[in-house]
Design a protein around this ligand. Structure first.
Ligand SMILES: [Zn+2]
Length: 256
C-alpha cells in the first residue's frame, strides 16, 4: 500500500526541477530517451527523481559512486515504469554496483527442485528474497549506450523485480484482468516452449536461448528485446509483442 504521505512526497519529487547535469547524463548515456515523446520524457525524468531519492546506491569492489552511475541506472530502470501506476520497485531497497563483472556466491536452481551453491561470474543479478539489485557498471553503461543490440542488464534485472511483485517467480508480472492473465499464459507459454525446443535442438532463434532457462528468465529476456529491438520482435513474434505492449502500456516500435 502506498501511504498518503509517500504519495505526496513522490508528487513533490516529480514536480521539482530536474538537475541540468542529470539530464545531460541521460541524453549522453541513454539514447532511448531521445526517441521518447516529450510527454514520456517528462514522465521519465519525474520517475528518475523519485527513484534516486528512494533507492540506496552502494559502490562495491572499489567503485566510487557518481551521479552518472545513479542516474544512468535509474533512467533505464524507470523506462519500465512509464504509463503504469507503479510503486517504484517496492521490494528493491538498494542497488549495489561493481565496476565490472563480479563473482556471486549463491544458491541456484539446477532443476528438479535441486539447488546448488557456488560462485558464478555475473553482469547483474537479483533475487526474490533479497531487496537488492546487483549490477556491473560497465555492462549497465554499455547495454544502455548500445540501445538497439538486444542485451540490457538493467532492463533484465528490473524486469525480474516486476515479476516478483506478485510474490512469485513465474515470469508473470501483475496484470490487470483475468482475460489478460489467460492471454499472457497462452502466448508466453507457447513462445517459451518454442524457445526451449529451439534450444534443445540447437536451432537458431531470434530470442536469446538464456530465456529458455525458465519462465522468469524468459520474461526478463523478452523485456530486453521489447525495448531494444521492438521492430524485430514485433515482426518475428507479433503475439508476444502484443502481450508485452499490453503490460508495459508502451509501443516501442512506434518510438521515433
Ligand atoms: Zn535473469
Amino acid at each position: 500500500m502506498i501511504t498518503y504521505l509517500r504519495r505526496r512526497k513522490r508528487e513533490r519529487l516529480r514536480a521539482s526541477e530536474f538537475p541540468g547535469e542529470w539530464r545531460r547524463i541521460i541524453e549522453q548515456n541513454v539514447p532511448l530517451f531521445s526517441r521518447l515523446s516529450n510527454e514520456d520524457k517528462q514522465e521519465l525524468l519525474g520517475h528518475v527523481q523519485v527513484f534516486v531519492a528512494e533507492k540506496h546506491f552502494e559502490g562495491c569492489g572499489g567503485l566510487e559512486l557518481t551521479d552518472e552511475i545513479r542516474v544512468t541506472i535509474a533512467a533505464q530502470a524507470c523506462v519500465l515504469l512509464l504509463h503504469r501506476d507503479s510503486d517504484y520497485y517496492p521490494r528493491v531497497t538498494s542497488i549495489l554496483v561493481y565496476p565490472s563483472t563480479y563473482v556471486a556466491e549463491e544458491e541456484r536452481s539446477i532443476g528438479g527442485g535441486i539447488w546448488e551453491e557456488g560462485g558464478e561470474v555475473r553482469l547483474g543479478h537479483t533475487h526474490e528474497r533479497m531487496g537488492v539489485i546487483v549490477l556491473a557498471w560497465d555492462a549497465a553503461l554499455h547495454g544502455s549506450r548500445i540501445w538497439d543490440d538486444g542485451p540490457n542488464v538493467v532492463l533484465h534485472e528490473f524486469a525480474h523485480q516486476l515479476d516478483f511483485e506478485n510474490s512469485s517467480t513465474d515470469g508473470t508480472p501483475v496484470l490487470e484482468s483475468k482475460q489478460q492473465y489467460v492471454s499472457w499464459a497462452r502466448v508466453l507459454g507457447a513462445e517459451y516452449e518454442e524457445l526451449r525446443r529451439a534450444d534443445a535442438e540447437g536451432q537458431p532463434s531470434f530470442l536469446d536461448t538464456y530465456g529458455a532457462t525458465n519462465p522468469a528468465e524468459f520474461f526478463a529476456v523478452v523485456t530486453e528485446m521489447f525495448f531494444e529491438r521492438p521492430h524485430d520482435l514485433k515482426s518475428k513474434h507479433p503475439a508476444l509483442y502484443k502481450e508485452l505492449a499490453g503490460y508495459y502500456r508502451q509501443d516501442p516500435a512506434a518510438f521515433r
